[in-house]
Each structure stands twice: as C-alpha cells, then as structure tokens.
Ligand binder design. Structure first.
Ligand code: ZN
Length: 407
C-alpha cells in the first residue's frame, strides 16, 4: 500500500530534523504549516514514554548508534524525528515471572547502559526531569529506564529499591497476565480483584521513592485500587481511549477522568491494534489464519532467536491489514482533550513492541507528523508542546515532589 502515499522531500533548511517523510492518502502538504510544525517540534522537549527497543538490543543484537532498517528506533533516527527523550522499557513477560525475571531485567538494563555509554556524543542516561532538560540543551538524546511488568521485583521491596538505585524511574505493574502485584487487563480471570497486598506495598514504596507508577496493561479494578492507594499522580505509559478502540488495555472515559483528577497523564500509543477498531478486527481474523504457519516457525527456530523473529515479523507483515491513517491516532488525543482538557495527554509509541503503526509513523523518524497534524487540527503552539512532552514532565516532577513529602 506504500505506493498510495507520496514520499515528500523537504527543503534543505529542514534536513537537520528529518530528510523526508510520508504524508497520508491523497493529502497535499501545506508547506507553510509543515515549516511551522518543524519549528514547534524543534523547540519542544519531545518525550516518548514507552518503547521496547532493549528487547531488540539484547535478543537481536541491535546497535542503537547505527541507523537500522530492521527495527523501529535507534539514536540516529531519533534525532531525525526530533525525539529528545525516550523511556527504554526492560520488558519481562509474565511467562518468566516464576523463573528468573530479575536476571532478565538486569541484563537488559546492563545492555542499555553499555550501548548508551558507547555513544557519549549522541545520548546520555537521564534520571530526572532536570536531566531531560539538560541533555536536551546539549543536543543529545536522553535515555531513561522503565520496567514493563513488576515480575522482576520477585516479591521483594528490596529489589524495587535496587532497581530505583540503578536508575529505573517507572514500573508498569504487570503485562498481559496477572502477577503478584495486581491483575492484568489481558487475564481471563482476576486473581486479586485488583491490587494484591504486596502490590499495595509496592505502590506505597514507589510513592516514597519518587518512582512513576504505570497503569498501562493493568485491569480496571487494579487501576481503581492504584488510584486509591497512590499518594501521587500516576500515568499510563502507552494506552489509548477505549471508547474509540475497544480493547481491555485502553482506558474508559471514566478512567481517563479519574487519571486527570489525580493529576496524571495518558500517553497515547501508536500500536495500530489499539488505535483503530477496524484494523484490530481485521488483524485478529488474520492472526487466526496464520497461526499454523506461526507454529511451524516457532518449532523450526526454537534455538535461533534472530531467525525466529525475522521469519515471524515477515509472516506477520505479509498478513497484516492496511495500516490506519495518522488521523486515527490524533482522534485519541483529541478525545482526551475534549474530555478532560489538554493537560492530561502525551505520547508513548510502543516502538519495537507493537509491530504495526499508523501510516508515516512506521518508525521514530516520523514523529514530526504528529506535530503537523495537531497544528492542522487547530492546536496552539503552547498546547502542542504540552502534548509532546510538557504534560509528562509535569507529572514526573509532581511524583518526585510528592516523594519528598513522603520520606
Ligand atoms: Zn506494553
């Protein structure tokens, strides 16, 4: 379907930000608006609160200092897309919860440090809002740490504190299944009817430490409990609006209202499955058709992770329905703004974890398109900067301030 979309070459003055980009459908570029968008994008601190690139670094040998065409994000394309700060999630699946989840998370964190330290001219580790601002001022990418699924805590608040000392600044309490902290939106049956007794301790200790609590993936009841227990605002690092795309890990309007009331933020994800209902329905049907082929690949490459991923991704891409237009993603932002105001929405791509994205956002270099489309919808410069990163920075700061009063 790529041929439907024009590749538009941007004038020399913009080469420093992004050499070319895709515009959707038959739409004509408004060059004045695009220039204005790039100016705003360059000035803003652009933050993405969730990507799974560490998985590709550890399991598939990605070198983030080189431009890659095999994944969604590296430091070179981050710069092209004007993305200033990103949270690298150390993702540990719930399957590992009873095995060695801490080891897996620690190995990913080690890989992140080693790679960022290899490219001091391009990027730097960041641990606070001030770090993000300073590194942005130096023209480098700020890399922050999150853990996706609290399994690596292995039921220990001591490990939680150790992860904090290592620089981890948020934890997504669980992933697609229940764990010892709380229930998941992906589980068939609840185990705790919300947050477990250990989970309650985790939330309080994260408040005390000044860590961000990520409510993406958790069940509706767990969400309600977390909001009740937490003494600080919480956030959804990569979730969308359920009334637009009906999946359990997107937030209902009531949840978005409660999150905003608490001072938190919902960071919309680019994952096509959670953006567009029509795409999701078609992709679900396709997945069933390719299941037998998937199983063959799984068996064939059980000892070769790289070949397994290459074949799986190729098969999946072959079967995938046409990607949604970027406007569908902007609809989620618009909905939140209309519901609770412009102060409670941001961006959490899920690059390297989602497989399919709206047209033009196939990788991180497409980020300025979001600014362009927000401008096109009539958002002011000030509001766009809030959405691109300002809102998240406010929440991050509040969580740290709340921790000071908890110590
Ligand atoms: Zn996720």
């Amino acid at each position: 379907m790529r041929s439907r979309f024009k590749i538009v070459f941007i004038g020399l003055c913009m080469l420093s930000v992004i050499p070319f980009f895709y515009l959707s459908g038959e739409e004509k570029i408004d060059s004045q608006l695009w220039e204005k968008a790039l100016k705003i994008h360059r000035e803003a601190i652009v933050i993405d609160t969730h990507c799974d690139t560490p998985m590709v670094m550890l399991d598939r040998g990605l070198d983030i200092g080189r431009k890659s065409d095999k994944n969604d994000l590296d430091l070179i394309r981050m710069k092209e897309g004007g993305l200033d700060a990103v949270f690298f999630a150390a993702f540990v699946s719930n399957d590992l919860d009873q095995k060695k989840p801490a080891k897996k998370a620690l190995e990913m964190i080690d890989e992140i440090y080693r790679q960022v330290e290899k490219y001091p001219g391009l990027a730097k580790m960041a641990f606070s809002p001030q770090d993000i601002r300073d590194i942005h001022g130096q023209g480098k990418r700020a890399i922050l740490l999150g853990i996706e699924n609290g399994g690596p805590l292995e039921g220990s608040l001591r490990l939680l504190r150790d992860f904090y000392r290592l620089g981890v600044r948020y934890i997504t309490l669980t992933h697609n299944d229940n764990n010892d902290i709380c229930d998941s939106s992906g589980a068939k049956t609840p185990e705790w009817n919300g947050v477990s007794p250990f989970g309650k301790e985790v939330v309080k200790e994260m408040n005390r430490l000044g860590m961000l609590i990520d409510v993406s993936h958790i069940s509706d009841r767990a969400f309600r409990d977390v909001l009740e227990i937490s003494g600080a605002p919480v956030f959804a690092s990569h979730s969308n609006v359920r009334s637009i795309c009906d999946v359990g890990r997107n937030l209902t309007d009531d949840m978005i209202r409660a999150l905003a009331k608490k001072g938190g933020v919902i960071q919309v994800t680019f994952c096509a499955f959670f953006v567009d209902q029509e795409y999701k329905n078609k992709a679900d049907a396709n997945e069933k058709t390719i299941e037998p082929e998937m199983n063959i690949i799984k068996e064939k490459y059980k000892d070769n992770t790289e070949a397994y991923w290459n074949e799986t991704i190729a098969l999946w891409k072959k079967a995938a329905p046409p990607a949604p237009q970027i406007e569908k993603l902007i609809d989620h932002i618009d909905h939140v703004v209309k519901l609770v105001g412009v102060d409670y929405v941001g961006l959490g791509s899920d690059y390297d974890g989602a497989g399919s994205y709206p047209v033009g956002l196939e990788n991180v270099s497409g980020f300025p398109l979001i600014t362009y489309h927000l401008l096109k919808r009539g958002y002011s410069q000030e509001d766009i900067k809030k959405i691109l990163g300002g809102n998240f920075l406010r929440v991050f700061e509040k969580v740290i301030r709340a921790s000071d009063s908890n110590r």
